[in-house]
Design a protein around this ligand. Structure first.
Ligand SMILES: [Zn+2]
Ligand SMILES: [Zn+2]
Length: 459
């Protein structure tokens, strides 16, 4: 008798957290937080009610580092959990950066520094596709999900019942990862828990999107402007750096790229895991051919710290913004909810030569979504926490890169796994509806659940 219990992300995106249990043990898959647009003044929220189960939990398994999946894990230790957190090797390094940043932003909203240290100490790292024991009769394997560095789908064998939790996965080729390899249809899955982020969204091909981005950057260059690219520190930023450096000979020689913010720390984790186990062999081959040590150590790509002026980063941002020459500035945050991008908007936002090129989906209510919908008069916060007003005149464009599977990929996942029971999660209600109506010709039982709902006596 198995029970599946959703504490979050069953009908939305954010605070992913699922518990699978039977009479003797309970295993938590992911424990993330939900961020709220800055203007609401709300701190992030954690999965509801999971604390009540923390002290009785047998194991925690983490799919990947993004905070909507990981950042509540230290809070489980605060709530009395004392077991291991299983995760891939790179994920440990990535969460260490993200959780510390979370503490800086929110203080001890969910956990304190000592809970973070405990969580780091209790981690058990794994390679992809290596089976490990969770408990008597329960084994686990982490399968490459191709979403970000270290991301995994979680495959559980629970006394013979095979459960696949997709986490976030991608069926498209990206600079660092090959498309996901779907599970072997010869070994069917009994229960599939699947993300549905993009079920209701058209995904443009990366080729098309990068060529549009290149065109816009070149236009900005010909105007003599600065091109600001706000980006998520983990995943998207490394992808954009890779596109930019592959175009190095065409224009990067004249149009240097400066990297600012947490992206620099994430780059160093990517550098640590430049191995076929974790990135596509294409990346390693390319480095070998070019004689480079790292995809980010490139003549045309520089850290903000290389701007030649004494003083801190603020001084360097000013100097970079005042330079006559064009440059590309890749910085955080991806949805304009904070970070060094505010300094760059203050310094460059009112000059129409410049451009703001947004490279991801923008959640409604964020400053990024306001800007996309044409709002130009913004009140932002400077690095000292003081509000300031800026009137944007620079060019604004959006390029919707996505790290999630297309609807076709989701359907393929259901087909390959031959799952008899499918739970849709990690998607807005319209996405989940679209997903379930798209797989009606496959013989399976689809469930769309609301948070904290128990499924008794399964299977
Ligand atoms: Zn993710
Ligand atoms: Zn996610």
């Amino acid at each position: 008798m198995l029970e599946i219990r959703f504490f979050g992300a069953s009908e939305s995106i954010g605070k992913s957290c699922v518990m699978i249990s039977d009479y003797d043990r309970q295993v938590i898959l992911d424990a993330g937080i939900q961020l709220h647009p800055r203007r609401t003044g709300l701190l992030s929220t954690g999965p509801s009610h999971v604390d009540d189960y923390a002290s009785e939990t047998t194991a925690v398994i983490l799919s990947h580092a993004h905070v909507d999946h990981s950042a509540y894990i230290p809070a489980l230790y605060r709530a009395g959990y004392n077991g291991l957190t299983h995760l891939t090797y790179p994920t440990k390094d990535l969460v260490n950066i993200l959780w510390k940043d979370h503490l800086k932003i929110e203080g001890s909203n969910h956990f304190n520094y000592s809970n973070l240290k405990t969580a780091m100490r209790k981690m058990k790292q794994h390679d992809y596709s290596k089976k490990f024991k969770i408990d008597n009769g329960v084994t686990c394997e982490l399968l490459d999900a191709s979403h970000i560095l270290g991301s995994a789908c979680i495959l559980l064998d629970w006394e013979g019942t095979r459960i696949l939790y997709s986490g976030d996965f991608n069926n498209a080729k990206t600079p660092f990862h090959d498309p996901i390899v779907f599970p072997d249809p010869e070994e069917p899955i009994d229960i599939l828990l699947i993300e549905t982020t993009n079920a209701n969204r058209k995904i443009n091909s990366r080729k098309e999107m990068t060529s549009q981005l290149t065109k816009s950057l070149l236009k900005c260059y010909s105007r003599g402007g600065k091109a600001i690219i706000p980006s998520f520190a983990l995943g998207r930023s490394q992808e954009i750096q890779s596109y930019l450096s592959s175009d190095f000979d065409s224009f990067l020689r004249k149009f240097p790229v400066y990297i600012d913010g947490m992206i620099l720390e994430m780059n160093s984790v990517y550098n640590k895991y430049l191995d076929e186990k974790w990135v596509s062999p294409r990346v390693l081959l390319d480095l070998k051919e070019k004689g480079f040590r790292s995809p980010f150590e490139h003549e045309g790509i520089r850290s903000i710290d290389e701007v030649p002026t004494s003083g801190g980063r603020m001084k360097k941002r000013e100097m970079l913004s005042n330079q006559e020459n064009s440059s590309i500035i890749l910085t955080t945050s991806g949805m304009l909810e904070g970070g060094p991008v505010y300094d760059y908007l203050r310094l460059n936002g009112s000059d129409q030569k410049n451009g703001l090129y947004i490279v991801g989906y923008q959640v409604l209510g964020t400053i990024g979504s306001d800007v996309i919908s044409g709002q130009t008069d913004l009140v932002l916060i400077d690095h000292l926490g003081k509000p300031f007003r800026v009137n944007l005149s620079l060019e604004v464009q959006q390029f919707e890169f996505s790290g999630h599977s297309s609807l076709e990929g989701l359907i393929q996942m259901v087909r390959y796994t031959s799952a008899s029971k499918v739970f849709a999660m990690h998607g807005e209600p319209e996405s989940q509806e679209k997903f379930s109506s798209s797989i009606t010709n496959i013989e399976t039982d689809i469930n769309i659940l609301s948070s904290h709902e128990i499924l008794p006596q399964y299977p």
